[in-house]
Unconditional design. Structure first.
Length: 263
C-alpha cells in the first residue's frame, strides 16, 4: 500500500536536523497541526498509522524522531554529559530546538492561526512517554526562547497533550517500587541493549489485573511480560522499523538505567 504520508528532514539552526513524517495539510483554512514526539526505545515510525486519519479530522500530523534517533542529529558528548549531570542547559536546548521547529511550521508551512473560538487552527504539541520531557521543556522557562521566535510561535501554540507521561518527565522523584517489577532493573539484563529489549516486551504486554477496581496495588499483575504482547505480533521488518534500541541506549541518559520510569 502506498504511504499516505511523506518523510522529510528539517534543518534547524546550529546544524540540528530532525527527521519527521507528515500527513500533509488538508485542503481547509482552519486545520490543526499536531506535532508528536515519541518515547524511549521506539521511534516516530510507530505513529505512521495516525497520518491515515488526520485529514478526516481536519488535522495535519507531524511526527518527529527525537534527537539521537534515526535520521535526526545525535547528541554531542558535551550534551550527553549535561544530561547525565542533570544540568538545566540540556532542557533549555531542547526548548529552543522545539521552538525553532514550530517557527519553521509557522513561517514555511503556512500553519493557520488558532481560530477565534479556539476550536481550530494552530498547533498542538504531543509527547508520548519520555517524549513529554521534550514537549514540557518548551514551557519550562520562557526566558530561554529567543524573543523573536517566542513572538512568532505564541499566536499558534494552541494546547498540549501529555500522553502517558512518566513521573520523571513531570519532575517527580522516583517512588518506591516495593514488589513491583521494574524492567529497567532486571538482574537478568546486563547490557543496555538487553534492558531495552526487555522493556519493549514488558511495555507492549497486555495485563489482566484481577483486583484493580479495589484500588489496591496488591491486586495488580506484576508479571515480567505476558504471552499477549504487541511486539510478538510484529514482523522482523516492523521491529527493525519501529524500534531504535541503540539510540535509546546512547541518548536517553546513557550510562544509567535507574532513571527510567515505569509507564
Amino acid at each position: 500500500m502506498t504511504n499516505l504520508w511523506t518523510e522529510h528532514t528539517i534543518k534547524l539552526p546550529d546544524g540540528i536536523e530532525l527527521l519527521y513524517t507528515d500527513s500533509g495539510a488538508p485542503n481547509t483554512a482552519d486545520y490543526t497541526t499536531m506535532v508528536v514526539f515519541h518515547g524511549t526505545g521506539f521511534n516516530g515510525y510507530g505513529f505512521a498509522r495516525v497520518h491515515e486519519y488526520a485529514h478526516e479530522h481536519n488535522m495535519r500530523t507531524i511526527v518527529c524522531n527525537r534527537r539521537g534517533y534515526r535520521g535526526s542529529t545525535k547528541y554531542t558528548d558535551d550534551e550527553l554529559a549535561d544530561i547525565q549531570a542533570g544540568r538545566k542547559i540540556f532542557q533549555d536546548r531542547l526548548a529552543v530546538q522545539t521552538a525553532w521547529l514550530l517557527k519553521y511550521l509557522v513561517e514555511e508551512e503556512n500553519t493557520p492561526k488558532v481560530t477565534p473560538d479556539g476550536a481550530g487552527g494552530g498547533c498542538i504539541l504531543m509527547g508520548w512517554s519520555w517524549g513529554n520531557a521534550t514537549v514540557l521543556a518548551l514551557l519550562a522557562d520562557p526566558a530561554v526562547i529567543p524573543r523573536q521566535v517566542y513572538q512568532t510561535i505564541k499566536p499558534y501554540l494552541r494546547s498540549l497533550v501529555l500522553y502517558d507521561p512518566p513521573f520523571l518527565a513531570l519532575g517527580y522523584p522516583r517512588p518506591p517500587l516495593h514488589g513491583v517489577y521494574d524492567p529497567f532493573n532486571d538482574p537478568d539484563c546486563v547490557t543496555g541493549e538487553q534492558v531495552y529489549d526487555n522493556f519493549r516486551h514488558w511495555v507492549t504486554s497486555y495485563y489482566d489485573h484481577p483486583d484493580i477496581e479495589s484500588g489496591n496495588p496488591a491486586g495488580m499483575s506484576f508479571e515480567k511480560r505476558t504471552s499477549n504482547r504487541t511486539i510478538s505480533r510484529w514482523t522482523e521488518e516492523e521491529k527493525a522499523r519501529y524500534c531504535d534500541t541503540l539510540s535509546a541506549v546512547e541518548s536517553d541518559l546513557p550510562g544509567s538505567v535507574n532513571w527510567l520510569p515505569l509507564n
